[in-house]
Design a protein around this ligand. Structure first.
Ligand code: TMP
Length: 239
């Protein structure tokens, strides 16, 4: 492998191999996409904000016993992460009805679910990330039963931790998407957590503080993402 070879070009991040075979460099980009990449825009400052937000969230999760791929930051938009074998599944957890769940079941957005819902999507841009169930995941050898049980356990634990964290800063955690990877026989949290892949609603006004602003063309995401970052930073300073 060559030094710093681009090994994955994503919609919001690029990933490079470093000279250490076990370490990758992840670069947050300014690109925002909707409709699975069919609508694209460069938004100055987005990469910087998502990196900082994801950094605070991953640090908090790690301090609370969740294993992640994070190693260290190398610049304001780049971090070193452990090279994992990605499981090709997007794991969505929903606390409150919104987005595709509201459309699919013709339900009112904003209704709290009696129990959190977990959904899986097969990561495949050409197929628009179709929904997939556990039986299909096992049959296609995307992950084992043991791995899926571990993923469910971790996602519910992460939800409890993040629900509390966001409540502290007057944000309701509506839903979010996570990705996991295999690392030396363990399943660890990879990818990112930012307002690009979560729904965060202000607890008082119920206004979106996330990528729905971009999806619904409601204005610039920058002040909104900055607001989320400021609240997280202020909480960190207060404790
Ligand atoms: P959805 O309501 O559009 O299915 O999205 C549920 C949550 O998952 C929402 O917080 C956005 C996030 N998500 C992603 O990060 N990537 C995706 O490809 C999809 C479909 C959803």
């Amino acid at each position: 492998m060559h030094l710093d070879q681009l090994i994955y070009e994503g919609k919001a991040k690029d990933v490079y191999q470093t000279n250490d075979e076990e370490v990758l460099r992840m670069v947050y980009k300014n690109q925002a996409t909707a409709l699975n990449g069919k609508r694209k825009e460069e938004i100055l400052g987005k990469g910087l904000l998502n990196h900082q937000i994801s950094d605070i969230i991953f640090s908090y999760l790690m301090a609370n016993g969740i294993k992640t791929h994070f190693i260290e930051n190398v610049s304001k938009t780049e971090q070193l992460v452990k090279r994992v074998e990605m499981i090709p599944i997007e794991v969505v957890l929903r606390n409150t009805i919104a987005g595709s769940f509201a459309r699919k079941f013709d339900q009112v957005e904003g209704t709290k679910l009696t129990v959190p819902v977990i959904e899986y999507y097969y990561k495949n841009d050409a197929l628009d990330d179709p929904g997939i169930n556990e039986s299909q995941i096992f049959a296609l050898n995307f992950a084992t039963k043991i791995e899926m049980d571990e993923i469910k356990k971790q996602v519910l634990q992460i939800n409890q931790l993040l629900y509390k964290l966001f409540k502290d800063i007057n944000i309701d955690l509506i839903d979010f998407k996570l990705e996991f990877g295999r690392y030396h026989g363990e399943l660890i949290l990879a990818d990112e957590f930012s307002p690009d892949n979560a729904r965060l609603w202000d607890s008082k006004t119920h206004k979106s503080l996330d990528k729905d602003i971009f999806r619904k063309k409601q204005g610039s995401i920058i002040p909104v993402y900055q607001d989320v970052l400021n609240r997280l930073k202020n909480r960190n300073e207060a404790i």
